[in-house]
Design a binder for this molecule. Structure first.
Ligand code: C5P
Length: 415
């Protein structure tokens, strides 16, 4: 049974949460509810409690609650935190890290995934302050569902700001819940060494310019974090990224493909190697030692040469080849066909293929997969293709590492 902590915010759409609770319980989930003070102005804790069949939490300083179940336990004893309706005020508190009532304290103290279903007046949603807060929350890994576009409760107001309908909310919630296999995965990679490459490489043109790409490193770093969470010893070889190092992972920072190759070689042997880095295919043959000047010489001609293919080199290595070698294929068209081809030419055991075109629609953002927090992947193996549903990069990472553990003969069965 999955445990959902539902935080009901103070908005007119709060009434939809009554139906949401019913639907979630019908589907076998346990639902515990925290209401903000404003939410209790719209629906009563009594009706919510009647539907959840347990007490509803509203106060940070209720001593009984603290003795029975402290706010830290409330924040942690769940698989997912859902904020609905996600008001502008709750979003601002979350983005600012405030903790001045029970709901915001729980959100700050929780280490669980958070889904927010915003609902507010369109002007409030479109206000630059709310835009900033939404961007900050997305960057922090909070998942958004909605808002929907349409008529508001206030007469004559329409636009983005409606709470999504209950079935869509249930679907979004279930996408983020761990599956039974995932819950059973603790310690699955204990005793294994997992090597991961991540991020872009920078190939110098001269001391100030370089060739690069749009890789954020989010997927590779999430894989390193997921492997560590499953108990592996993890070495992460990362190109230049703007995101934090995953906890409990040994990180080697590199700039160029050549440096990445050397760091990977130095980190072997490994049981599993995941090549998630977007390595530049070419580098400038002879990078200038001084800054290239504009002027008489005209536009400089850059002679490019090929970089070492790290994945191919390691996958085709005779001695010390990791038991499982996983590559990535970032494609903008014919994603699976290209991945199959890559599986063959690179000698990898698996290729994780993803659509990185701007208009893939993945993550609901304009930017698509690159730099975003969601991914939609196909796991391509010699014996077939598995298409996974769109999920957060952390969830894709966890699922991939659980599958990797299975492939190298590690399982929790009988433990
Ligand atoms: O050929 P392509 O760059 O599309 O292949 C992608 C896969 O190969 C990724 O797993 C990437 O990390 C890896 N790769 C590599 N070294 C290169 C180029 C790609 O390890 N020079």
């Amino acid at each position: 049974m999955n445990r959902i902590l539902l935080i009901i915010g103070g908005g007119i759409a709060a009434y939809k949460c009554l139906d949401l609770i019913r639907r979630l319980r019908e589907r076998g989930h346990h639902v515990r509810v925290v209401m903000t003070r404003a939410a209790t102005e719209f629906i009563t804790p009594l009706s919510v409690g009647a539907l959840t069949n347990e007490r509803v939490f509203t106060d940070l300083f209720d001593l009984d609650d603290e003795r029975e179940i402290g706010h830290i336990r409330l924040a942690r004893d769940c698989d997912l935190v859902v904020v609905a309706p996600g008001t502008a005020d709750l979003m601002a508190k979350m983005a600012g890290g405030h903790a001045n009532d029970l709901a915001s304290t729980i959100l700050l103290a929780s280490d669980k995934p958070v889904l927010i279903a915003p609902a507010m007046n369109p002007r409030m949603w479109l206000n630059p302050a709310t835009r900033r807060n939404a961007a900050l929350l997305s960057a922090d890994g909070v998942t958004f569902v909605g808002p929907g576009v349409g008529e508001m409760a206030e007469r004559g107001e329409a636009g983005p700001g409606r709470l999504v309908e209950v079935p869509e909310l249930v679907e979004a919630i279930e996408r983020l819940l761990p599956t039974a296999t995932m819950k059973d995965a603790d310690g699955l990679l204990a005793g294994c060494h997992v090597l991961v490459t991540s991020g872009p490489t920078h190939e110098p043109i001269d001391p100030v310019r370089y060739i690069a790409n749009r890789s954020s490193g989010k997927q590779g770093h999430a894989i390193a974090a997921a492997a560590a969470a499953l108990g592996a010893r993890v070495t992460l070889v990362s190109g230049p990224v703007a995101i934090a190092d995953p906890v409990g992972v040994l990180v080697h920072r590199v700039e160029t493909a050549a440096e990445m190759m050397e760091a990977v070689r130095g980190a072997l042997p490994a049981d599993v190697a995941v090549f998630a880095a977007a390595v530049a295919d070419w580098r400038v043959d002879r990078a200038a030692s001084d800054k290239i000047k504009k002027g008489a010489q005209g536009v400089p001609k850059l002679a490019l040469i090929e970089n070492p293919d790290i994945l191919k080199t390691i996958a085709s290595g005779r001695s010390g080849r990791p038991k499982l070698v996983i590559g990535f294929a970032a494609e903008t068209s014919n994603v699976v066909a290209h991945a199959r081809e890559k599986l063959r030419t690179k000698g990898a055991d698996w290729i994780v293929a993803n659509d990185v075109s701007h208009d893939s629609g993945i993550g609901g953002s304009q930017s698509g997969v690159m730099g975003g927090d969601a991914n939609l992947v196909h796991l391509v193996r010699a014996d077939g293709v598995e298409s996974w549903p769109e999920a957060s990069k952390s969830e894709v990472a966890r699922r991939l590492m659980i599958a990797a553990a299975g492939a190298i003969g590690k399982s929790n069965k009988g433990r």
